[in-house]
Structure formats: structure tokens, C-alpha cells
Design a protein around this ligand. Structure first.
Ligand code: GUN
Length: 284
């Protein structure tokens, strides 16, 4: 058996078209969704992510601004920029690309972004709302995964869902969204005993570890749905996920890397930006 590839690129294109149509409607009433992306330093991967986010803004008809600060920027300089963007009515959403240079506290930066403009949903008030299920914004990567599951009619209800990775950005909110869909959720991490056994129990396995080809075929149940959130480079410098290619032969559905979760993450950022524009203009 070879898994059905879950095409995040195609689904993204479809959703971005819907967002573009919605943007045109908003524009007719004088509202233009606007996203500000901040990049501090010259991390190569971050540069590519930021470029893709700008491209997506253009595709969705948004106004966008890119702010590039040198790697030597101080925390105060960054907080000052965030303050200006918080007050700018043209800006519906603010995204500060992580990671940040070590002289800057990520927590301080996340806390400084107005929760109504926090399109990453990283601010503690938005994180808290995700816990209760009464949220404005969903974090982009887990939201993208849920959209992919929906598109392929994969229902988490009653299923064993195993999330490998406990980051604030992906693992923890991913577990919460699967729980909201009535999945039975286990979160695994670097200190987990019997990792292979737990992964093998998964009907839906989400790999968000950040290690190339970490999940191998012996860790996967025949017919499992495997979601690969990883974006790594192997020894030859080629982009690869957290899941080894041989898992394709065991899974029923699997997301490719690239072209699976990655494009969905950016599309969910666009969805959050249009939501932010509506919220700030009291539109449901
Ligand atoms: N770096 C890696 N992923 C993300 C993300 O989703 N948002 C931000 N702001 N930075 C990131």
C-alpha cells in the first residue's frame, strides 16, 4: 500500500482564492487587510518564510509591510517598532518571525503584540482562549493540519492521536485542537519512554520534532494517517520532513514535505489576518 498524499499546495490555492474573494468584498466597504512581518537578523530559513508570507499577502489582495532589523537590534528597538505597528490602523496583523537573536526575549516580544493583531496566536491571552475553545485566532500550523484532515474527510473523533513534539507553536496547540475534535490525545517528547510503542498505537500521528527522518516505518501502524510538520535539511542539504519516506508504504494518508503542511501554515496566517481586519472593524 502506498499512502494518499495530502496536497497542502492545492488546498492552499483553493483557500487563498476564497480569501481573495472575501478581501475584494471587504475592500468594497473600505477595509483592506494588512499584515506586517518583522524579520530580525539574516537567518536563511526565516528569510524564505518571510518571502513566502509576502507572496501570499499579494495573492490574497492584502496590504503588506516587511520590516527588517539587523541581527544586532536591541529588544527596545523591536518593542518600539511593535508599538508603532500596534497603533497603525493599516496594520491588521503583526508577525514577528522566530527565532530571534539571543539578546531579545521572545516572550517579551510576543507579549508586546496587541492580542487583536496577534495573527500567530502566540500571545498568552490567545493561547488561553485556545484552551477553552472560545478563540479568535488559531495558531497557523495546527490550524493548517486540521484543515487538511477535514479536506480528506479524516475525523479525529474517538481516534488515538499521537503528537510528537511539545512546542508552544505546534505540539501543545495541535494536541488541543485534536482534543476539541474528540480525539484521544497523547503528547510525546524527548523524555518519553517507549516512544516507538506509543507512536505505533496512533491512528493519527503528528510529527513536530524538527529532526530529519526521525519517524521511521517501524514506528507507524499500518493504515495510520501521518502528518509531517517537519522542515529540515538532510546531509545533502535537501529539504525533508520529520518522517522517513518509507512510511509512505505503511500510512493510509501522509503529508509530503515540501507541499503538505508548509503552504497550509501560511494560508492560515492569511485567514487570521482577514479575521483580524474584520474584528478590528466589528465585522463577524
Ligand atoms: N518560525 C517558525 N514558525 C513560525 C511561525 O509560525 N510564526 C513565527 N512568527 N515564527 C515562526
Amino acid at each position: 500500500m502506498s499512502a494518499i498524499k495530502m496536497d497542502g499546495k492545492a488546498l492552499s490555492a483553493k483557500i487563498r482564492n476564497q480569501i481573495l474573494a472575501e478581501t475584494e468584498e471587504l475592500k468594497a466597504s473600505g477595509i483592506v487587510p494588512g499584515l506586517a512581518v518583522i524579520l530580525v537578523g539574516d537567518d536563511q530559513a526565516s528569510q524564505i518564510y518571510v518571502r513566502n508570507k509576502e507572496k501570499a499577502c499579494t495573492e490574497c489582495g492584502f496590504y503588506s509591510e516587511k520590516h527588517i532589523l539587523p541581527a544586532t537590534a536591541t529588544q527596545d528597538e523591536l518593542l518600539e517598532l511593535i508599538d508603532i505597528l500596534n497603533k497603525n490602523p493599516k496594520i491588521s496583523g503583526i508577525l514577528c518571525q522566530l527565532p530571534l537573536p539571543e539578546q531579545i526575549s521572545e516572550d517579551a516580544v510576543i507579549a508586546a503584540i496587541d492580542p487583536k493583531k496577534d495573527v500567530d496566536a502566540f500571545n498568552t491571552s490567545n493561547v488561553g482562549k485556545i484552551m477553552t475553545g472560545d478563540y479568535d485566532f488559531l495558531p497557523c500550523t495546527p490550524a493548517g493540519v486540521m484543515e487538511l484532515l477535514k479536506e480528506y474527510n479524516i475525523n479525529a473523533e474517538g481516534k488515538q492521536c499521537v503528537v510528537v513534539g511539545r512546542s508552544n507553536i505546534v505540539g501543545k496547540p495541535m494536541a488541543m485542537l485534536l482534543l476539541h475534535e474528540n480525539g484521544t490525545v497523547t503528547i510525546c517528547h524527548s523524555k518519553t519512554n517507549n516512544l516507538t510503542e506509543i507512536c505505533k498505537s496512533a491512528d493519527i500521528l503528528v510529527a513536530a520534532i524538527g529532526k530529519a527522518n526521525f519517524i521511521t516505518a517501524d514506528m507507524v501502524k499500518e493504515g495510520a494517517v501521518v502528518i509531517d510538520v517537519g522542515m529540515n535539511r538532510n546531509e545533502e542539504g535537501k529539504v525533508c520532513g520529520d518522517v522517513s519516506n518509507d512510511v509512505m508504504e505503511k500510512a493510509s494518508y501522509m503529508t509530503p514535505v515540501p507541499g503538505g503542511v508548509g503552504p497550509m501554515t501560511i494560508t492560515m496566517l492569511m485567514k487570521n489576518t482577514i479575521k483580524a481586519a474584520k474584528l478590528q472593524n466589528s465585522i463577524k
